[in-house]
Design a protein. Structure first.
Length: 262
């Protein structure tokens, strides 16, 4: 599905069902350098269980045109504009990593437009090591290697996957390789610069789910619990054996948690 806002032409996957304005909407927001494909299982389930699904490709990502946006605030405004353009004035937001910061910022900026919130792989601060920032800015493949090594949990790296035969490490690498170097660098810089998560959390006014991977090395579970503690109506689900990429490492457990809140 193509969504046109005054500033952008965006692609959104609908999970295999046509958008129906009469149904409640769930918007999925991907992480740095990624696109809508990371939500393949979850989006299809929600689309076939009475929800509109809009799994957005942010500007400059996946099938959406550029230019990319340089801040979490700008991306949050873009998501809100895309939902309005699609006819979803009120929606539930599900975000992963950078996408979780975007969803949190959007919920704080427009609390009356967000019905529920799910934040995956998130922490109050998500700093990026200076060497990774520099490598990404130079377009070095080592930046992708480092991200994948840290993002994919150890169980998944050993092949303990719910989908037999799926090499998650390789799939994550191919996905990040498809992103333009400038897009990945801008995303990482936006995460590193964002310092408003605590303030935004206190402004959230909807039921909130925070999903943490028990072995997440990029956004450890203790940070997820700290952020959830700042939100009035929040609960935390910690997924055993999962690293940062819980929606592909542990897709069923992630979906079970989402289905209870969204």
């Amino acid at each position: 599905m193509e969504i046109r806002t005054p500033a952008h032409a965006l692609y959104a996957s609908t999970g295999g069902k046509s958008f129906d304005p009469a149904l409640p909407t769930v918007a999925f927001i991907h992480g740095a350098g990624m696109d809508h494909t990371v939500w393949a299982l979850q989006t299809r389930w929600f689309a076939h269980h009475g929800r509109n699904v809009l799994a957005l490709d942010l500007p400059g990502h996946g099938r959406s045109g550029g230019p990319h946006l340089g801040s979490i605030a700008a991306m949050a405004d873009c998501v809100l504009a895309a939902l309005a353009a699609a006819g979803a004035e009120r929606a539930s937001l599900v975000g992963h990593s950078m996408g979780a910061l975007i969803a949190l910022a959007a919920a704080a900026r427009a609390p009356d437009r967000v019905a529920a919130l799910a934040l995956l792989g998130v922490a109050p601060l998500m700093p990026v090591h200076p060497d990774l920032l520099a490598g990404a800015a130079r377009g070095e493949h080592n930046a992708v290697d480092l991200m994948v090594t840290w993002a994919v949990g150890r169980e998944a790296q050993r092949g303990a996957n719910d989908a037999p035969g799926l090499w998650l490490t390789g799939a994550a690498m191919r996905l990040l390789e498809r992103a333009e170097a400038a897009v990945l660098a801008a995303d990482l810089a936006a995460c590193d610069a964002y310092a408003n998560a605590r303030t935004a959390a206190k402004a959230v006014r909807c039921p909130t789910l925070v999903i943490a991977g028990a072995t997440d090395r990029m956004a450890p579970a203790r940070g997820a619990r700290e952020l959830a503690g700042l939100i009035d109506d929040a609960r935390v689900v910690e997924i055993a054996g999962s690293g940062h990429m819980m929606m592909v490492e542990k897709p069923d457990a992630t979906l079970d948690a989402l289905a209870e809140t969204i």
